[in-house]
Design a protein around this ligand. Sequence first.
Ligand code: AMP
Ligand code: ZN
Length: 474
Amino acid sequence: MPLALYDTWSRAIRPFTPLQTSHVGLYCCGPTVYDHAHIGNLRTYVFEDVLRRVLALNGYEVRHVVNITDVGHLASDADEGEDKMEKGSRRTGESAWEVAARYTAAFKGDWHALNLLEPTVWCRATDHIAEQIAFIAAIEQAAFMYITSDGVYFDTSRQDNYGFLARLDREGLQGGKRVALGDKRHVTDFALWKFSPRDAKRQMEWDSPWGRGFPGWHIECSAMSARYLGPWFDIHCGGEDHIAVHHSNEIAQTQAAHGTRLANFWMHGHFLMLDQDRMSKSGGGFLRLQTLIERGIDPLAYRYLCLTAHYRSKLRFSWDALDGAQVALDRLRRVYAEWLRDEDVSPGLTANGAADERYLARFSAEVDQDLNLPRALAVLWELVRSDLPAAVKRATVDRFDTVLGLRPAHQRDAASEIPAEVAALAERRRSARIAKQWAQADHLRDALAALGWRVEDDPKGQRIVPMEEQRDSQ
Ligand code: AMP
Ligand code: ZN
């Protein structure tokens, strides 16, 4: 079955055929680096990483471009309010440049902890000011913009199909919404370039043919995707919140300058939810990957949790669900280690057995159907339970892991020194506690004690310690 992907533009799952034979161009909107990424943002990058890996599984060479927004993203999508970078600078007391450098480094740390593949190109908005100015000049040439007292604006009324990606009701928006237009002519018009305020010095500003200032947020993605992938490429991704404004505006700009709608496929990851709301930086209650790590959770358990929900459905975060993902990941690693022992080969050596073609075909069919990872995980667990030889299971899981990215061969801490039966009992106790089966959990604690192992519960989770070690350390 060929690879088929859901395209937001056509609101349908379509067969994927690359535009060029040499590579697949993939552009993903990256972080605005004024604060840490939260695990909601990271859910979107996990979806995009899986997409990239599935494209590779289908034999495509992927040219993956991710931008870093380090200027121009204003506090409101209506092009008003403060630049988020300058706001970050006031919050931390560092310069906007230092804020950008610090949070970019932190973001890349999260990126690698989640085993996301390195993009072919990372590109920063502030490194591409010339490209953005040239792009705005092309829009000016095509007469799609006007200048006001505070900036240069895109005239959305000149495009009949403006907002098609979001199925925007422009008439309804114009008539129904009372919004402060400022000098803008239409509600949906947006800034291409903003002038620096006359009374205050900005930290980040540049000269342009229209006046000193800084680029609007959307122009960086049109300009940098054109630079690295050309103005018509295969797939453009982001979170679902980007459909109505950011991506609609990227399309408007590229259509004005180059006559294309940028990408053949538009794909959007749905939100990670915290209680009833989407997790957001401005909403306050957001969680960082580091917070999970401090609670003893492996970052790849969060990756596993993301894989348990289809990328086009909302995922409601809960600690119980995350604990469940950790239990599943630990179990996968334990059985993998057992297979290795049974095979009597060291980690790193290739498995003696070849992968099972039937399971591989079933796994591919699931991921090729618009990245159905929950069903692909079900195939994985069916394989684990099957009676195939250990070497075949291991070789097959290695192939699955080119998409899953869960590193099953990786062992946490000294867990591998814990005897398998002790680890299994501890695992059952952990699951019992998650299920709030307290009597069962106590029973398993006693069983562990009988084998000479003691369980310690701390905020980071459960630790298994040999009883001798306890005596020694007292
Ligand atoms: P930002 O750093 O705010 O520009 O967002 C980075 C990426 O995370 C974008 O693709 C957003 O669409 C996405 N995003 C923001 N909030 C969430 C959320 N709660 N769940 C999933 N993705 C999100
Ligand atoms: Zn973008």
